[in-house]
Design a protein around this ligand. Structure first.
Ligand code: KG4
Ligand code: ZN
Length: 349
C-alpha cells in the first residue's frame, strides 16, 4: 500500500507519502508561524485560508518527489489519510475536504486519522521502532498525557493535565518573558544559557499520588517572580536573569514529567517508554528521560525532533496501519474538534 497523508489540524500544512514496502518516501511542511506571530497566537480563520493556499502545491511536491504515478502498479497511491481531529474545526475541514475529494476522484479509500494517534506512532518511522506494548508520554501544545499503548488504536489514558498542557505552559511563559510566539523552542534555547537553581519554582503535583499533571500554578509562580524582579530592576531584565528564569521553569517542568514517567513505569511494568509531541523535541527532557531509562532498564524511544512536532509523515503512517488492516471511512468528510483518544477502534496489530 502507498498512502498520501495530509495534516492541517492547526498551524502547519503538511503532506507526506508512506509506502508499506519502501517506508517514508517524501514529506513536506509549510509552517504558518510568521502569519500568526504578530497576533501572538494562532488565528483560526487565517490558518484555514493558508491551508487552502498551500495544500495543493505541497501534495504535488510529495507526489513528484516520491515518484508516485497514477495507474502505474507499484508506484501509484492506494489510499489517502488525513487528520480528522482533534484540532481547529475550520483548519481540519480544509484537509478533510481536500483528502476526501482527492480520494473520491481517484476511486481510492480514505481514512480520517486521530492527530494524537499520529504523534504516538511517529517513532515507528525511525530505524529502530519500539515494539508494542509501551508506555507513552505525549506532550504537545494541547495535551500532556501518559498512555498505556497496547497496539494501534488500543490506548488507555493513565493520567493527564488538569489544566494547561506542558507545551502551552512553555508558550505562555515564553510570552511572559517577551520571547514572542510560538515561544516553546525559544524558551528552551534561552534555558540552556540559564544557571540551575537560581530560581526554584514548584514541582506541581509531585507530592500527590497518581499520574495527573498541573502546570498553571507553575506559570503563576513565574509571573510572580518576574513581577518581583521588575519591581526591583525596573522595566528591562538583563539577558542572564531571563535565562535563569527560563532555566528554573524548564527544570520544574522536566522534573515533573520525568518523575511521573518513573511512577508510571513502576506502576505498569512497561519495558519501553515512547516520548511524542512537540515538547518531546526538548533536549533537556530527552536527556533526562534517557537517563531515567538507563537507570530503570527501560528502552526510551523518540521520533526525530522534526517528527515530534506536527507533520504529515506520522499521519500517512497511522493511516497506512488502518488501511492495511482493511479499515476505511465512507464518503463522509470527517472533522471533529474534539475526539477522545480512548474511543478509537483497534487494528489487532
Ligand atoms: O505537537 P505539536 O507540534 O502541536 C500540537 O499538537 O500541539 O506541539 C507544539 C508544542 C508547542 O507548545 C511548542 O512550544 C512546543 O510543542 N515545543 C517545545 C519545543 N519544541 C516545540 N517545547 C519545549 N521545548 C522545545 N524544544
Ligand atoms: Zn500535534
Amino acid at each position: 500500500m502507498r498512502v498520501l497523508g495530509i495534516e492541517t489540524s492547526c498551524d502547519e500544512t503538511a503532506a507526506a507519502v508512506y509506502d508499506g514496502e519502501r517506508g517514508l518516501l517524501a514529506h513536506r511542511l509549510h509552517s504558518q508561524v510568521e502569519l500568526h506571530a504578530r497576533y501572538g497566537g494562532v488565528v483560526p480563520e487565517l490558518a484555514s485560508r493558508d491551508h487552502v493556499r498551500m495544500l495543493t502545491p505541497l501534495v504535488e511536491a510529495v507526489l513528484e518527489e516520491s515518484g508516485t504515478r497514477e495507474n502505474e502498479p507499484g508506484s501509484s497511491l492506494t489510499g489517502i489519510a488525513y487528520t480528522a481531529g482533534p484540532g481547529l474545526q475550520g483548519a481540519l475541514l480544509v484537509g478533510a475536504a481536500f483528502a476526501r475529494s482527492f480520494a473520491f476522484a481517484r476511486g481510492l479509500p480514505a481514512v480520517g486519522v486521530h492527530h494524537l494517534e499520529g504523534h504516538l506512532l511517529a517513532p515507528m518511522l525511525e530505524p529502530e521502532p519500539p515494539a508494542f506494548p509501551f508506555l507513552a508520554l505525549l506532550v504537545s501544545g494541547g495535551h500532556t498525557l501518559l498512555i498505556a499503548v497496547e497496539g494501534v488504536g488500543r490506548y488507555q489514558i493513565l493520567g493527564g493535565s488538569l489544566d494547561d498542557a506542558a507545551g502551552e505552559a512553555f508558550d505562555k511563559t515564553a510570552k511572559l518573558l517577551g520571547l514572542g510566539y510560538p515561544g516553546g523552542p525559544a524558551l528552551a534555547a534561552l534555558a540552556e544559557k540559564g544557571r540551575p537553581g537560581k530560581f526554584d519554582f514548584p514541582r506541581p503535583m509531585l507530592d500527590r499520588p497518581g499520574l495527573d499533571f498541573s502546570f498553571s500554578g507553575l506559570k503563576t509562580a513565574v509571573v510572580v517572580a518576574v513581577r518581583g524582579l521588575h519591581a526591583q530592576a525596573g522595566a528591562e531584565l538583563d539577558e542572564q536573569t531571563l535565562a535563569d528564569v527560563a532555566r528554573g521553569f524548564q527544570d520544574a517542568v522536566v522534573d515533573t514529567l520525568v518523575a511521573k514517567c518513573a511512577r508510571a513505569l513502576q506502576q505498569t511494568g512497561a519495558g519501553t517508554l515512547v516520548v511524542a509531541g512537540g515538547v518531546g523535541a526538548n533536549r533537556e527532557l530527552r536527556a533526562r528521560l534517557q537517563a531515567l531509562g538507563r537507570k530503570a532498564g527501560v528502552k526510551v524511544s523518540y521520533p526525530r525532533p522534526e517528527f515530534c512536532t506536527d507533520n504529515a509523515a506520522m499521519i500517512a503512517y497511522a493511516g497506512w496501519t488502518r488501511l492495511e488492516a482493511g479499515q476505511s471511512d465512507d464518503l463522509e468528510i470527517r472533522a471533529a474538534a474534539r475526539w477522545p483518544l480512548d474511543s478509537l477502534q483497534g487494528t489487532n496489530g
